[in-house]
Design a protein around this ligand. Structure first.
Ligand code: TRP
Length: 446
């Protein structure tokens, strides 16, 4: 069974692929702003607490299910709890992955376009308004964003069709180190800009007024999203893990690397933004409108802009690949078709829905559901509702339903570490469901 599904070949490959999933737009355009808004180091401390007490155990929970069952999102639950309805969590995961992918491919397409634009020199020498117009015209267009979205889907499709070892693992082992090098070079450069101190102050100075429950909830939500939790993504990846991998250590390493990337991305962005008299923004505005203007004023701006968009593109692509794998693994194994066929089916559907989503910035911008365009709707539904629901259910499943022997076996703790085992169980049963439940309720109320 496990043999012909494929698996990762090396521990380094496992780490790079899983970090590739975790490190994404969440680190580069969501985290920095949240830190700035959430009172600098106040948010960072809450975020550390969220990663340590909720993120890492939740990740280990997904790893236990995946590696024990060696099966896709849906079958893993069916194997562990046959004849029950628990595999609904798997369906929910595949659906969530589907929805996230339909908007994630749009943004990944934008990052690829900006990479081309910066490499061709076309991103320099514009005015602040010019950059804003450039982005609005591009994203609101009918043709170009869809061309780039198709390119992203095609690249992803090709990588995923090569399978785990020859596709995802091989490319992650090249792309992630490249991403780290780019990140470090850019961060070091940022420390020598005129307003470095101001940028770092915005990021790190504690704003005591942010010391409240809302900031804590945003930190938990951010940790969940950034660590790719709640939609069986890590269940799917860990189903290809080899048995010699220590799950707790791997989860800790991934979380630390993910955190470092988020912090370095913030160190890259804020000193640069302040040095050139711009205001920090969140999301697309920041990376596609503000930063181009910042780069164009820097010396060697060409170099820095190309590096930044390489970074952004690789981060987005490897995350997009991981979500796609959830859907592809499920379709190919459930309908008993080859991986290639499953990729073609999945990517065709993404292309159509992705294209429609992309149009929500142009011709379809007046089409709204509950006041949000299609893109906003997919984002809200998946991030604010489906992911927390998936996370809560997965954690309850591991804590209350999963045989303790399976957990013990997967954690491979020595008998002297009974305390850590109990701590995990306590997190699965109470801490994660309550904390993530609070995030869900808060986002439903606002
Ligand atoms: N973690 C990625 C980011 O930070 C996004 C992502 C990939 C994700 N796979 C996921 C989010 C699964 C939630 C669930 O951008």
């Amino acid at each position: 069974m496990a043999k012909d599904r494929g698996h990762f070949a090396t521990k380094f490959g496992i780490l790079m692929a899983t970090v590739g999933s975790a490190v994404g737009l969440g680190n580069i355009w969501r985290f920095p702003y949240q830190v700035g808004e959430g009172g600098g180091s106040v948010f960072i401390i809450f975020y550390l607490i969220a990663v340590f007490f909720i993120g890492i155990p939740a990740m280990v929970g997904e790893f236990i299910i995946g590696r024990h069952s060696h099966a896709n999102a849906v079958d893993s639950f069916k194997k562990i709890a046959p004849g029950t309805k628990w595999h609904g969590i798997g369906y929910l995961g595949v659906l969530t992955g589907f929805i996230i992918d339909c908007y994630y491919c749009v943004v990944t397409g934008w990052t690829l376009y900006y990479l081309f634009l910066s490499a061709s020199g076309g991103l320099l020498g514009n005015t602040v308004e010019g950059y804003s117009e450039l982005f609005t015209n591009f994203a609101g267009g009918t043709f170009m964003p869809i061309v780039f979205l198709f390119m992203v889907i095609a690249i992803t499709g090709i990588i995923v069709s090569f399978g785990i070892k020859d596709g995802i693992e091989k490319t992650s082992k090249i792309m992630m180190p490249l991403l780290f090098v780019t990140l470090v070079v850019l961060a070091v450069h940022s420390l020598f800009l005129p307003a470095t101190q101001e940028g770092l102050d915005f990021l790190f100075l504690p704003e005591i007024s942010s010391l409240n429950f809302d900031t804590l909830l945003s930190a938990i939500g951010q940790a969940f999203y950034s660590l790719s939790l709640g939609m069986a993504c890590l269940i799917t990846y860990s189903s290809y893990f080899t048995d010699d991998v220590n799950l707790s250590k791997t989860a800790a390493r991934i979380s630390i690397i993910d955190l470092m990337v988020a912090l370095l991305a913030s160190v890259i962005i804020f000193p640069a933004v302040f040095s050139f008299g711009m205001e920090p923004e969140q999301g697309p505005g920041l990376v596609f409108k503000v930063l181009p203007s910042v780069f164009s004023q820097m010396s060697f701006g060409y170099l820095w802009s190309v590096m930044f968009y390489v970074l952004l593109f690789l981060a987005a692509l490897t995350s997009f690949i991981s979500i796609t794998e959830v859907v592809v693994a499920y379709i190919s194994e459930s309908f008993k078709i080859t991986r290639k066929k499953a990729v073609i089916i999945t990517c065709s559907i993404f292309s159509v829905i992705g294209a429609i989503t992309s149009l929500s910035f142009g011709p379809l911008k007046d089409f709204t559901i509950a006041g949000m365009n299609i893109f906003g709707c997919f984002d809200y539904l998946s991030t604010n509702i489906l992911l927390p629901v998936g996370g809560i259910l997965t954690s309850l499943f591991v804590g209350w339903r999963l045989d303790r022997k399976i957990i013990e076996e997967q954690l491979a703790l020595s008998p002297s570490k009974k305390f850590i085992f109990n701590l995990y169980i306590f997190s699965f049963r109470y801490v994660i469901p309550i904390a993530v439940g609070a995030v869900l309720i808060a986002s439903l109320l606002t």
